[in-house]
Design a binder for this molecule. Structure first.
Ligand code: NAD
Ligand code: AHE
Ligand code: ZN
Ligand code: ZN
Length: 370
């Protein structure tokens, strides 16, 4: 058992509490890692809000980390102490029906226990004053030390700065991957990106890489437009500036609609706009945003009958263990940058500030340094 500084979510809607928790060592097939840095993603705020049907408390949130392996449990062969890893909320076992399908990154080997805040053996490694604390998304990166299944770590180059590439643990990979893997945006395409936070801005980077001809950024917070343009948005629009539905505005701007759209907010009304701004006959809309329990999407089926396609993307369709190290390499070669995303850095004691900045629309990503 070791002590670890951690931000504990005691209950929904309450600020995180910084305490020293107990962490049990890794069991068979598990690894103990030291988190060097972690980003704060909107999904952490979503779960803390109480809207996540899988949200259990008390828990240690966080899923966008950069880490060093400290100890491995029996049977672990693919990593050893000292290795640098990115924790994966989408593991890759390589053996389940999903992994073998070649059609998805959604490995289901440990999905059931992960969704309940437990390790694959049905127990937790965290406790505080003798009472168990739940894991979150299989990662719990808001703790200096955390235990992960071996299939939930991607070994990366030791040269990569963990306090930056932690963002590849969720946000940046999700946005880029949704464009490059899920939608497979073609050169010359027109693209609309709804929501210019960490995910939407990463989708812009993906669209630039895919050589899209027009990249339209949409946000109700115009403070996001400057960074969006810096990263490659060709134009930015604010739905609040118009007195008609934004999908109509985009259809007019693009001679009938865009080839691809991405919803990077988590708003079912915007999901509808994102679908309906797509071009008749072929436009494809990808849902990335995560929505509260009980909410549903709607549109006229005619939208699909007439050729638009609605799909979704988790972790950008990226298979973490086999493909994420390649994203890190591409970053190291300078194919994209991460500095623009890191608008704030802070210590764990100030983690609640990171949530405030996100809700106020003042940050893209806050990175917590341990
Ligand atoms: P964020 O808070 O940084 O950014 C959201 C942006 O949306 C903000 O700029 C905000 O101003 C804008 N916005 C809010 N309401 C809007 C509206 N009605 N119209 C236009 N713009 C609006 O969030 P993020 O970290 O970028 O995450 C975005 C979404 O993606 C969240 O729902 C998050 O849970 C989800 N997410 C999904 C995956 C996945 O794998 N599918 C991964 C990461 C995040
Ligand atoms: N528990 C949530 C699931 C939310 C969700 O869709 N999560 C995304 C990752 S968001 C990262 O910021 C995901 O990967 N989903 C696939 C999965 O298996 O969870 C809910 O709403 O029920
Ligand atoms: Zn995330
Ligand atoms: Zn699998």
């Amino acid at each position: 058992m070791i002590k670890s500084r951690a931000a504990v979510a005691r209950a929904a809607k309450q600020p995180l509490e910084i305490v020293e928790v107990d962490v049990e060592g890794p069991k068979a097939g598990e690894v103990l890692v030291r988190i060097v840095a972690t980003g704060v993603c909107h999904t952490d705020a979503y779960t803390l809000s109480g809207a996540d049907p899988e949200g259990v408390f008390p828990a240690i949130l966080g899923h966008e980390g950069g880490a060093v392996v400290v100890e491995v449990g029996p049977g672990v062969t693919s990593v050893q102490p000292g290795d640098h890893v990115i924790p994966l909320y989408t593991p890759e076992c390589g053996q389940c029906k999903f992994c073998r399908s070649g059609k998805t990154n959604l490995c289901q080997a440990i999905r059931a226990t992960q969704g309940k805040g437990l390790m694959p053996d049905g127990t937790t490694r965290f406790s505080y004053q003798g009472k168990p604390i739940y894991h979150y998304m299989g990662t719990s990166t808001f703790s200096e030390y955390t235990v992960l299944p071996e299939i939930s770590v991607a070994k990366i180059s030791k040269e990569a700065p963990l306090e930056k590439v932690c963002l590849l643990g969720c946000g940046v990979t999700t946005g880029m991957g949704a464009v490059l893997n899920t939608a497979k945006v073609q050169p010359g395409s027109t693209v609309a990106i709804f929501g210019l936070g960490g995910i939407g801005l990463s989708a812009i980077i993906g669209a630039v890489m895919a050589k899209a001809s027009r990249i339209i950024g949409i946000d109700v917070n115009p403070a996001k437009f400057e960074i969006a343009k810096q990263l490659g948005a060709t134009e930015c629009i604010n739905p609040l500036d118009y007195d008609r539905p934004i999908q109509e505005v985009i259809v007019d701007l693009t001679d009938g609609g865009v080839d691809y759209s991405f919803e990077c907010i988590g708003n079912v009304k915007v999901m509808r706009s994102a679908l309906e701004c797509c071009h008749k006959g072929w436009g494809e809309s990808v849902i990335i945003g995560v929505v509260s329990a009980g909410e549903e999407i709607s549109t006229r089926p005619f939208q699909l009958v007439t050729g638009r396609v609605w799909r979704g993307s988790a972790f950008g369709g990226v298979r973490g263990r086999s493909e994420l190290p390649g994203y890190v390499e591409r970053y190291m070669k300078g194919e994209f940058e991460l500095d623009t995303f890191i608008t704030h850095t802070m210590g764990l004691n100030d983690i609640n500030k990171a949530f405030e900045l996100m809700h106020e629309g003042k940050s893209i990503r806050s990175v917590i340094h341990f």
